[in-house]
Design a protein around this ligand. Structure first.
Ligand code: ADP
Ligand code: MG
Length: 729
């Protein structure tokens, strides 16, 4: 039996904040204590071992077996000194969560004795029993199982008494089965391509690293209320619920003081994060009630992705001990602001330079302009691919719905940069620029970032915005693994930079001087990609029309958006960069479609169950009270009085019957549609059927259930209401 909402509410009323004590007032005293990072490695590894791990991190060199043995021993000694008893390979399968399989360090041997063992073999490679992870058909039973392999670029860490080793997850035939493998390949492709382009400006640049700083939005809800909402439990979002009288229209939650219980939770999960070396730094309330955000200092992209996955795990774990549940879903409440995960992205060099930050000299400014315009071109040419990278059943509720950001990919760069690009185009068109003109132009660029870094000049409605020294990809979903978006973004940038290098070299070979060649190619790119630049209100209907005129796509469902992944151009791009083969890409496409279908299928089942088992029975019980009342009145009153007195009750009785009837009709048809969809074999067709035929009933069912919520006696309504979920502290 589901817990009735009153019992849940009673429980919430008795809550007090959990006391949280930090190990020290100074975070630097304990930051990274649970990580086998550089300090621990220095202590537990030989100089040689330390050097080989650092080389693997910095230049991607392989660690040989002998060295791996040594590293494993050091890692084990460190972990055991911290109380670890088990170890696990930690990986990111395409289900969207993280996976682990724990093994004990101890190995029994003869005479009933045991010994703690953990060698190079166990560190480098493992075979998880992975047959239940999605593989899109790649890892069928004949090919046996996949294996996980150590990723030395992300340090091992401790969770409780388990040593966690970040790994990739691939099939025996070498195909990637996770988020991390293609990401690492995309990052390496970007490094190669960007470093070559940097050579035009600075010969000292030998490595380019993509950087990522994510901003994680989430909702908190009390565990008792959560447990009384089967839809939250099963789907992570509410399928029913009438909007409260007071929503977020007053916007008094944003930047208001954080409620005490939530603060205690934040202190606790931040402490856990710091121990794990996750540099979380800011926390604040978000727009909606009970919505919050946390953001770290940016890091190298692969590490940042791992840290975000880890943070989501840590949040969920810590929340439970504070009697909260974290809702990472993009749209837990209809009519209330949704959650995203802004991905702030840039590139930095081994010389310590941010490539998207204009500097003080003409040379660095031309370098900035090069990377800036190439990003615009990459996004323009691959907008559909970028859209595909953020597609999911849950993110569909934000993208393309009447909320930010739209499903149309566009770029905001601010008025100053717009002017500079226009100016550049004009000057190059009107003939060769004088050296003085070039210098003046390059210097102008140096003035931009200050203005853009100032928050007030930013456009919040853009899905992809330049914010002074980085691009901010805002359309990523709050529950997503950042790796999906980051793989595509870094891949398309790598590809674009290779094209750029070729274009510039060609001009230089024909005798054009370097600066002039750079300018000419950049101006050509501006012309070709400027239709993707948009400075106005991205939420408006005018933009939808305008975008259509410009020929920009607007895919507002996942099955449609995912097509871009298997278009000829995309397959070729991933292949030439050695990020993914056609087979891997197609398998991934199938998995994403299947994930979509499953999500909608679950929602549809929960919706039907709730409607039939909770809502309609409650409606009928209340209707019976009214019916009894009416027939009682009929017994004691004369006809004239009776008609007068029983009128309102009769109206409600009829209204209830009408809603119940419509709900039942839609539930029945929806179930029929589900049956039909379930037997479709083609992944794409099945996902489309779920999207267009099954999901099509959600709004109607919800509408009538929410209407019933308004007429039925509050005492009887079983599900915690929106005002209780959002405002109970
Ligand atoms: P906001 O966008 O809310 O104004 P900030 O400008 O401080 O906030 O930055 C937001 C996020 O951008 C932070 O997570 C920060 O670490 C990240 N960030 C800043 N610089 C870079 C960079 N060069 N590369 C990647 N992320 C960055
Ligand atoms: Mg931001």
């Amino acid at each position: 039996m589901a817990i009735h909402r009153f019992r849940a509410l009673e429980e919430v009323m008795t809550r007090t904040p959990v006391k949280v004590e930090l190990p020290s007032d100074k975070v630097s005293d304990f930051f990274g204590r649970h990580v086998f990072g550089q300090d621990a490695m220095r202590k537990y590894l030989s100089e040689e071992g330390f050097g080989s791990v650092m080389n693997a991190i910095n230049s991607g060199t392989k660690i040989d077996r002998k060295m791996a043995e040594q590293v494993a021993n050091g890692m084990k000694a460190w972990a055991m000194s911290m109380g670890a008893t088990h170890y696990t390979h930690w990986f990111q399968p395409l289900t969207g969560t993280t996976a682990e399989k724990h093994d004990a360090f101890f190995t029994p041997y003869d005479n009933g004795r045991a010994m703690e063992t953990f060698g190079g073999g166990q560190l480098v490679q493992q075979e998880p029993d992975a047959s239940s992870f999605p593989s899109g058909g790649i890892r069928n039973t004949f090919e046996a199982r996949g294996y996980t392999a150590w990723d030395p670029t992300s340090p091992a860490f401790l969770i409780g008494s388990t040593l966690c080793i970040p790994t990739i997850f691939v099939s025996y035939t070498g195909e990637s089965l996770d988020f991390k493998t293609p990401l690492l390949k995309a990052l390496s492709a970007l490094d190669g391509a960007a470093t070559e382009v940097c050579q035009y400006f600075d010969k000292n640049i030998t490595k380019v690293t993509a950087t990522l700083g994510w901003e994680q939005e989430y909702f908190l809800v009390d565990t008792a209320l959560y447990n009384a909402r089967p839809d939250l439990q099963m789907c992570g979002r509410t399928l029913f619920g009438h909007p409260p009288a007071k929503g977020q229209q007053l916007e008094d939650h944003y930047f208001g003081s954080i409620p005490e219980r939530a603060t205690a939770f934040m202190r606790d999960f931040e402490q856990e994060s710091w121990l794990l070396g996750i540099p979380v730094k800011t926390r604040h309330n978000e727009v909606a009630p009970n919505q919050f955000e946390c953001a770290p200092v940016f890091e190298e992209c692969n590490l940042a992705v791992d840290h975000n996955q880890l943070l989501m795990d840590v949040m969920e774990k810590v929340a439970r001990s504070h009697n909260f549940r974290v809702l990472l879903h993009e749209k837990p409440y209809s009519g209330v602001n949704g959650s995203g995960k802004h991905n702030n992205w840039s590139m930095s060099t081994n010389t310590g330079k941010n490539l998207l930050s204009p500097g003080k000299t003409p040379k660095t400014n031309l370098q900035f302009l090069t990377f800036f315009i190439n990003t615009i071109k990459a996004v323009h040419d691959n907008a559909d691919l970028l859209r595909a990278s953020i597609a999911s059943a849950s993110n569909d509720h934000r993208l393309g719905a009447n909320e930010a950001p739209p499903a149309i990919v566009s770029i905001f760069i601010g008025s100053q940069l717009t002017e500079i690009l226009e100016d550049l185009e004009k000057r190059v068109k009107s003939g060769k620029m004088t050296p003085d003109e070039k210098t003046a132009l390059k210097l102008d660029i140096g003035k931009i970032p200050d203005i853009l870094l100032d928050n007030t000049d930013r456009n919040r409605t853009s899905p992809f915005a330049f914010t002074g020294n980085k691009f901010e990809f805002r359309a990523v979903g709050s529950s997503a693994n950042c790796a999906g978006a980051m793989t595509v973004l870094n891949a398309i940038m790598a590809d674009q930079l290779l094209i750029f290098k070729k274009d510039v070299d060609k001009l230089m070979e024909s005798g054009v001087e370097k600066d002039e060649a750079l300018f000419q190619v950049l101006v050509d790119y501006i012309k070709k990609s400027k239709r993707i630049l948009f400075e106005g209100n991205g939420y408006s209907d005018e933009w939808k029309n305008e975008a259509k005129k410009r020929g920009l796509n607007n895919f507002n469902t996942t099955p449609a958006a995912l097509d871009a992944y298997v278009k000829k151009e995309a397959l070729a791009l991933f292949e030439r960069l050695h990020i993914m083969t056609h087979r891997e890409q197609e398998a991934r496409h199938a998995i994403y479609l299947e994930n979509y279908t499953k999500k909608i299928q679950i929602e549809s089942r929960v919706m039907a169950d709730l409607a039939m088992n909770q809502i309609i029975p409650t409606a009928i019980k209340y209707q019976k009270i009214l019916v009894d009342n009416v027939s009682g009145l009929k017994n004691i009153l004369d006809t004239k009085d009776y008609t007068k007195v029983a009128g309102p009750q009769l109206e409600i009785i009829m209204e209830i019957s009408s809603h119940v009837g419509t709900i039942k009709d839609h539930v029945d048809t929806m179930i029929e549609e589900r049956k039909a969809a379930n037997v479709i074999e083609d992944h794409k067709k099945q996902a489309v059927a779920y999207c267009e035929k099954v999901k099509a009933h959600f709004d109607e069912i919800r509408y009538h259930v929410d209407k019933l919520e308004l007429v039925i006696d509050d005492e009887n309504w079983p599900l915690p209401k929106y005002r209780e979920l959002l405002f109970t502290k």
